[in-house]
Design a protein around this ligand. Structure first.
Ligand SMILES: C[S@@+](CC[C@H](N)C(=O)[O-])C[C@H]1O[C@@H](n2cnc3c(N)ncnc32)[C@H](O)[C@@H]1O
Length: 341
């Protein structure tokens, strides 16, 4: 579906955030993307962990009713009128899948924030709202409450000339993802993953369904307490799926956090420390060094036993500093996932 746009911005901005603190570095440009309206294109090769941009919202949907679109429209109009004219213009220039309906809630809905019962508040951004969706995204978005900005970090290598894509919705098989994207965001997903040949799409879908089942087992507190070896094996399988599918968003850091908790709960401080470190690396890549998750977890890399999950049993007891040294990658993995234990 070729999306319709209401207004074109006068001059699309270029990326100026730089991980090397060089304010002249221009990482991206806004350009037309066939079949998707506008989007962001990398101006140069970008490596994982690079801050692509961070931005305060033009307008948030906080305090805007999600139940009655009529009321929402007048609340949005009031919010918009309190903004400086340049921000009003930027907002009105954003993509709108519902131009004939209520224009302001149409823009909000088209730019990622469902309006309906149970919908969460969010923000609409001048530049971030130009990033198109991919089910295999090369960036991850996160809200940084300390900076009061939304951040966008690269999580894959992005060669110059490639489109920068985020995920509006993550996980599940393609049919489910398509349904959600259509229902909440109003478009038919044409991303590279959804456009794969049927056989490959089916394989990926099966892996995503398996991932959801594994995630459920890992979240079962009784199993974590009484069948920890089974849970860690599920974590290992989920880590393999995430590696194969290139999953680098919050699901990956959450998996490492779960691994940390399982090991810590059973007194295995050596592995808990490794998983705490892996959690921090995943968070750093996707949300930066100053994200809350990383700041909160850092102390537990040094002292995993200070975390509340520590020591429910001593079934797997190890000392934090007893991680084996000098192992090759394969042997280290075998140790980490307790394959010979
Ligand atoms: C947040 S806006 C992204 C920027 C937008 N393309 C523009 O021109 O401003 C979301 C809209 O972009 C389009 N879009 C984003 N990702 C897409 C995709 N993977 N396939 C098709 N259309 C997409 C849809 O119309 C969607 O409602």
């Amino acid at each position: 579906m070729a999306p319709s746009r209401t207004t074109e911005p006068d001059s699309p901005p270029n990326g100026t955030e730089s991980p090397t603190s060089n304010p002249e570095t221009s990482l991206w440009s806004i350009a037309p993307i066939p079949g998707k309206g506008l989007g962001l294109i990398a101006n140069q090769d970008i490596i994982p962990g690079t801050l692509i941009l961070s931005e305060a919202p033009l307008l948030t949907t906080e305090g805007v009713t999600t139940i009655d679109l009529e009321v929402a429209e007048s609340q949005l109009r009031k919010k918009l009128s309190s903004l400086p004219p340049s921000s009003q213009k930027a907002f009105m220039g954003l993509h709108n899948n519902y131009p004939d309906d209520k224009p302001l809630s149409g823009i909000v809905r088209s730019n990622g924030y469902p309006m309906g019962p149970g919908a969460e508040a969010g923000g609409v951004y001048e530049t971030i709202s130009r990033i198109n969706h991919s089910c295999a995204p090369n960036v991850v978005q996160a809200w940084n409450p300390l900076a009061e900005k939304e951040t966008v970090f690269a999580v894959r290598n992005i060669p110059a000339g490639t489109e920068i894509c985020t995920a509006y919705h993550v996980g599940g098989p393609s049919s489910e993802r398509k349904k959600i994207l259509k229902m909440y965001f109003g478009f038919d997903c044409t991303c590279a993953l959804c456009s794969l040949p049927e056989e490959q799409l089916k394989k990926g879908d099966e892996r995503m369904v398996e991932a959801e089942e594994l995630d459920e087992t890992i979240g079962d507190s009784k199993k974590v307490r009484f069948h920890a070896a089974e849970v860690l094996a599920c974590c290992h399988q989920l880590a393999r799926i995430y590696e194969e599918e290139g999953v680098k968003d919050d699901r990956l850091s959450r998996l490492y956090f779960d691994c940390f908790q399982v090991c810590n709960m059973h007194g295995d401080l050596a592995r808990a420390r490794v998983f705490a470190k892996q959690y921090c690396s995943a968070k750093k890549m996707a949300a930066g060094e100053d994200c809350i998750g990383l700041l909160e977890m850092k102390p537990f890399v040094k002292n995993p036993q200070k975390h509340e999950s520590f020591g429910v049993t001593d079934d797997w007891k190890t000392k934090a500093e007893s991680m084996p040294k000098g192992l090759g990658r394969r042997e280290f993995e075998r140790w980490l996932w307790r394959e010979q234990a």
